[in-house]
Design a protein around this ligand. Structure first.
Ligand code: MSP
Length: 639
């Protein structure tokens, strides 16, 4: 039996309404849960709200509400927004839930009883925004680097958790379990913090100063520190200690967080678990920040002019939930920061979804309608091989490999490469011409294209569940819940003879005026320069650069400068035309390795379809091909 899968988001502070930053982590958890369901696993998805502590008490007072009334309102707001966005966690936990209060109380008591909580005097620099003491080393020019505020000096009697006792254990555990904290840069960050003495953790506040918290069972004059309380939600959420769910899911827990809360999750939490005699979670998966031109997307933008852009509901209403989900998942390399602009959303929608995916579906269905009576044609046994089948069959292993290493954007990219390959295949084979003299063969071409598109949609289903269900339905393929990848991505499942029908446009193109209201997409310093335009790393990644072998080359008749070449990019053989004949003799090109842009839209040059472009340095009339400094496997990616 496959292991279960348990995914969590941070529980969000209720001092702010949800914005697109919170939305990203919650969508990511939803996508991961769906992916693991598609991999045949029993999954549990937890999110919720963090409702105790000084920050919340102050926010409630600022609007003249009682803490309880205030947290009830904002927590409801989170639930409403997640529901409206179609995100359905298996449980929405609140730290004010009586069941949670009970679990926190019992863990405090247990750790206290075994002597790992003691009373002491503490003086330190407290950041209310972070709800934790900061070390001098963490400050930047005396300010908290995240909140840009000066921490408050606090001196008081506190209870302490003997965190330092577990420091060496944690270092060893991280070394023994390379996948515990990922991507690697965050594992290294935690290990580097652990090089210094981490000290003990103050885990209480005197009630006379702060009453909004869970009372310590062994001293009712103190309440529990908010992080000690909040982290335990991950246990309460699955029924710790007695429920079956706890036993089923805990060993498979994956916590998703952004880098802002790495220290509490990477250091406090595992040592707390160790002290409580509970095994550590399986993975801590850390992502970067979504940023706008003004910096990290945060609460402050929700009251400013960018509100409509960073509030999830207006955005999801404007572009549709599935398109925004796709953008968020495809545009962020997990672990790195990403630039959030409405222009980038529109680019993704227009190029990937409307053009590559939506148009392909309508072209294929329309072709089947005009020549095959709207019924899926028969496959055709083609001795020329079937490049789509080979690529589609490789996809399962490739996607799983990327998912295992939390490279979600890469997995999406591979699926979209299949979609782009189908588009090229249709250009190359031109079934709309072929069927005039070989209807079976053209039918086979369409079968291959439809079947590959079906497989791509099965893999994209966790990202865009509604749109991909609609796409599959147009191909006569009905799914109930998440498709099981291993079964439903097998080649040849599409049934010939079944009727297919074009439904409504899946991804209408967004016209420029729809985004007119948006703020400028890039900072003035990043606007086009004389030399060209600044692009983001994500934009650069859209370019598919590959190593190619030149198999044959000949001058294009009646031209001075054009060479027609057959190249191989791995198993993919293509024709390209390049203007290099004045510098290179065709016969000297054969056998050379070059670098090509493999995903350039095909172009007709002197009547020849050219599928790609060679890279060369061009200086006036002079020209030099970009080559490699040692031989590589054709098809190797160039980054
Ligand atoms: N309450 C704590 C978490 C306790 S978990 C036991 C907290 N809450 S928070 O409301 O500040 O949420 C922080 C989290 O929101 C980040 O770790 C991330 O998941 C998400 N994000 C908030 N802003 C974000 C961006 N600008 N970009 C990406 N994620 C963002 O910390």
């Amino acid at each position: 039996m496959k292991p279960a899968y348990y995914v969590t988001t941070p529980i969000y502070y209720v001092n702010a309404e949800p914005h697109i930053g919170h939305t990203y982590t919650t969508v990511l958890a939803d996508v991961f849960a769906r992916i693991h369901q598609a991999m045949g696993q029993d999954t549990f998805f937890l999110t919720g709200t963090d409702e105790h502590g000084e920050k919340i008490a102050r926010a409630a007072a600022a609007v003249g509400k009682t803490p309880q009334g205030y947290v009830d309102d904002v927590s409801r707001e989170f639930r409403t927004v997640w529901h409206a966005l179609g995100l359905s966690p298996d449980r929405f936990i609140r730290t004010t839930d009586p069941e949670h209060v009970k679990v926190v109380t019992s863990i405090l008591q247990k750790v206290h009883d075994q002597g790992d909580i003691y009373f002491g005097e503490y003086e330190g620099l407290y950041c209310v925004g972070c709800e934790r003491f900061l070390t001098e080393k963490e400050l930047v020019e005396g300010l908290c680097p995240d909140h840009k505020t000066a921490p408050e000096r606090v001196k008081e009697g506190n209870y302490f958790f003997r965190m330092s006792k577990f420091q060496q254990w944690l270092i060893d555990y991280i070394h023994d379990n390379p996948d515990f904290i990922r991507p690697e840069r965050y594992r290294n960050e935690v290990l580097s913090t652990l090089k210094d003495d981490i000290g003990d953790l103050s885990i209480s506040r005197p009630k006379k100063r702060l009453s909004w918290g869970i009372p310590l069972p062994f001293d009712p004059d103190h309440v529990c520190y908010v992080w000690f309380d909040a982290l335990i939600n991950y246990l309460t959420g699955i029924g710790y200690p007695d429920e079956d769910r706890f036993r089923r899911y805990w060993d498979e827990a994956e916590h998703l967080i952004a880098k802002d809360i790495l220290k509490p999750h990477g250091i406090y939490w595992p040592t707390m678990l160790k002290a409580a005699g509970i095994p550590p979670y399986k993975h801590l998966t850390v992502h970067g920040y979504w940023k706008t031109v003004e910096g990290k997307i945060s609460k402050s933008l929700m009251s400013g002019k960018l509100r409509n852009m960073v509030a999830p509901l207006p955005l999801f209403e404007k572009y549709g939930p599935d398109a925004v989900r796709y953008y968020l998942m495809a545009d962020m390399t997990l672990g790195l920061d990403a630039q959030f602009t409405e222009d980038n959303i529109v680019t993704r929608i227009n190029s990937d979804l409307a053009n590559d995916l939506g148009n392909l579906l309508s072209r294929l269905v329309n072709m089947v309608k005009s020549a095959y009576d709207s019924r899926i044609p028969e496959p055709y046994d083609d001795s020329m091989g079937n490049p789509l089948k080979e690529q589609a069959e490789r996809l399962h292993a490739t996607v799983i490999e990327h998912i295992d290493h939390v490279r979600l954007h890469q997995a999406i990219w591979e699926v979209m490469q299949l979609v782009r390959r189908i588009n090229r295949y249709i250009e190359e084979t031109a079934p709309f011409k072929l069927w005039k003299f070989d209807k079976s063969r053209a039918g086979g071409v369409l079968y291959n294209a439809l079947e590959s598109l079906r497989i791509a949609a099965v893999f994209l289903h966790p990202i865009m569940p509604n749109k991909m269900s609609a796409l599959l339905q147009q191909l006569g393929w009905h799914i109930d819940g998440s498709p099981l990848w291993i079964e439903q991505s097998k080649w040849g499942m599409l049934q010939s003879g079944l009727p297919i029908e074009l439904g409504s446009h899946l991804f209408p193109r967004i016209e420029a005026q729809a985004v007119e209201e948006s703020p400028p997409p890039v900072a003035a310093s990043q606007r086009p320069t004389e030399e060209g335009t600044m692009i983001t790393f994500q934009e650069f990644q859209k370019m598919d650069l590959r190593v190619a072998d030149i198999l044959s080359a000949e001058r294009v008749p009646d031209t001075k400068n054009l060479v027609k070449m057959e190249i191989s990019i791995g198993e993919d053989k293509r024709v390209i035309v390049a203007g290099i004949a004045q510098k290179y003799l065709p016969e000297n090109l054969v056998g050379r390795q070059v670098v090509v842009v493999a995903n350039l839209a095909p172009a007709k040059i002197r009547g020849i379809d050219s599928n790609g472009m060679l890279l060369a340095a061009v200086d006036g009339d002079d020209l030099a091909l970009v080559v490699l400094d040692k031989p590589c496997r054709p098809g190797t990616k160039v980054h």
